[in-house]
Write a new protein. Structure first.
Length: 130
């Protein structure tokens, strides 16, 4: 499932596509009468992702490379397991980054990309709960 979202901060394109095929595939393991696995994964990602982005921003501001590495690595893993490749790619760039100037720009791009994913996830969540 692919959602087009409006991102007013992105000057390159007003719409970015987010592929939710991996996340939606988890819906196949739903059991009747049990909570929707996809909704639970969305809720977990929204909460954990927001915490990771906050940690990444804090680590960037304070130049805490250990926290940055840990938070980026964890965020990359959770994003990758749900198929959010654009976030994974930004995390990989952050892992390889050396210059402090580029750090701020990459963290801002990551934050914007995460905001777009969150908006689309909330829309998907709403469509699944009715």
């Amino acid at each position: 499932m692919t959602f087009a979202i409006h991102n007013p901060w992105n000057q390159e394109s007003q719409a970015k596509e987010i592929d939710f095929a991996t996340l939606s595939a988890f819906g196949e393991i739903n059991t009747a009468g049990e909570p929707d696995v996809v909704v639970e994964l969305i809720d977990l990602y929204l909460t954990d992702g927001a915490e990771r982005v906050t940690q990444i921003k804090h680590a960037a501001v304070t130049a805490d490379r250990i926290l940055l590495k840990k938070a980026v690595h964890t965020f990359k893993g959770s994003s990758g397991s749900l198929g959010f490749q654009h976030i994974v790619e930004l995390c990989e760039q952050l892992e390889r980054l050396q210059a402090q100037d580029d750090l701020k720009a990459l963290v801002e791009r990551l934050e914007l990309k995460f905001a777009g994913v969150c908006a689309a996830l909330r829309e998907l969540r709403q469509s699944r709960i009715g």
